[in-house]
Design a protein around this ligand. Structure first.
Ligand code: SF4
Length: 352
């Protein structure tokens, strides 16, 4: 066992986290769900989402058989919705091709949607005690600092060096404890902005610390100016209902319910074509900016009061007149939820 792993395991025995909800059994399903939720989200944020998700979908089969809207609804607010769609698809593959058992072979696991090499390694190590290296964001940071690996980990050559180190340090014995230990070290000690090096079990030979260069590792992604896009969203409303449509699978917020985006038509024309009603009044709200990893989106919200009985527009699989006081029909993107809350409040003022 490398000296690094030995020190980390000794530290883990007293300092590691052992009471997280998904650590309470060796069932691979909760571990898988938690690993996917933790991919871009911190532990404290994940816990309430995880608990609601597991109480609604307690087994792989329950998840596979669930309605996709219900799955996305449970993900609302966590962001990166492709994670939820992939989780749902992968559950169906596990039900249909693996008799509802999560595969214990790394290649079969990586073949499932949404599971990369690091996530597969974490599941197999934590649930089955198999020896596999992992390299999530926290681990990249620890290894890059400890060995002073320069460059952005998203670059192939840098990633290769980090994988080699991860492989080298992962011990034959106590693989599950080591996996949890290195994730914990990155999350609680070797943190992004204020690492607590005085509490770190591997400080004695940490090259970044010894050269006073912690801020240089891991190397940053080369900066690109994010493009700014714009869209107009319509809050077509009447009688405390708002018109929602389901977004196409491909593209942003795929499969989520959303306010319709206005194309090149006028609001009046859109109302006539889409809803078969007249717009009786419109009101423009302040721009709302939403940041994606690759671009910023400025949303121009327009409230449109419509003047015809709603029965003229049928609810379909992909459109609905949603009652503002009801649960949404499925997952909603964060800015859409925000605008609907705003509409609800303004309707209270109008009608209250
Ligand atoms: Fe991270 Fe500091 Fe430990 Fe180095 S000594 S691995 S920078 S916490």
């Amino acid at each position: 066992m490398s000296n690094f792993a030995g020190r980390l395991l000794t530290w883990f025995d007293t300092e590691g986290r052992k009471d997280l909800p998904w650590q309470q059994s060796a069932d691979p399903y909760p571990i898988w769900v938690s690993e996917i939720m933790l991919q871009q989200t911190q532990v404290q944020t994940v816990i309430p989402f995880y608990e609601r998700f597991m109480s609604s979908f307690p087994t792989v089969k329950a998840l596979a058989n669930a309605d996709r809207d219900a799955v996305l609804h449970h993900w609302s607010g966590l962001g990166y919705y492709a994670r939820a769609r992939n989780l749902h698809c992968a559950a169906a593959v596990i039900r249909d091709e693996h008799a509802s058992r999560i595969p214990t072979d790394i290649d079969q696991l990586i073949a499932l949607p949404g599971i990369g090499r690091s996530t597969a390694g974490a599941i197999l190590s934590l649930a089955f005690g198999q020896r596999h290296p992992i390299l999530d964001g926290n681990v990249k940071r620890v290894l890059a600092r400890h060995a002073a690996i320069a460059g952005w980990p998203g670059k192939t050559t840098v990633a290769r060096q980090l994988w080699e180190l991860a492989e080298w340090h992962t011990p034959q014995d106590r693989s599950a404890a080591y996996t949890q230990a290195i994730m914990d070290l990155g999350a609680t000690v070797c943190t992004r902005s204020e690492p607590a090096c005085e509490r770190c079990p591997v400080q004695i030979d940490c090259k970044a610390l010894l050269t006073d260069g912690i801020r240089d590792y891991p190397g940053r992604k080369p900066k690109k100016v994010k493009p700014l896009r714009q869209t107009t969203m319509l809050l077509a409303s009447r009688d405390r209902r708002v018109f929602l449509e389901r977004r196409p699978e491909a593209g942003i917020w795929g499969g989520l319910w959303s306010l319709p985006e206005l194309d090149e038509r006028s609001v009046e024309q859109w109302c006539r074509d889409t809803l078969n009603v007249r717009a009786s009044a419109t009101e423009a709200w302040q721009l709302l900016r939403h940041s994606f990893s690759h671009y910023d989106l400025d949303i121009r919200p327009i409230v449109v009061r419509v003047d015809a009985p709603l029965s003229k527009v049928a609810d379909g699989d992909n459109t609905t007149w949603h009652r503002l006081d009801d649960q949404p029909p499925g997952g909603l993107a964060a800015p859409v939820r925000k605008l609907m809350d705003q509409l609800k409040k303004s309707e209270h003022v109008t009608h209250g």
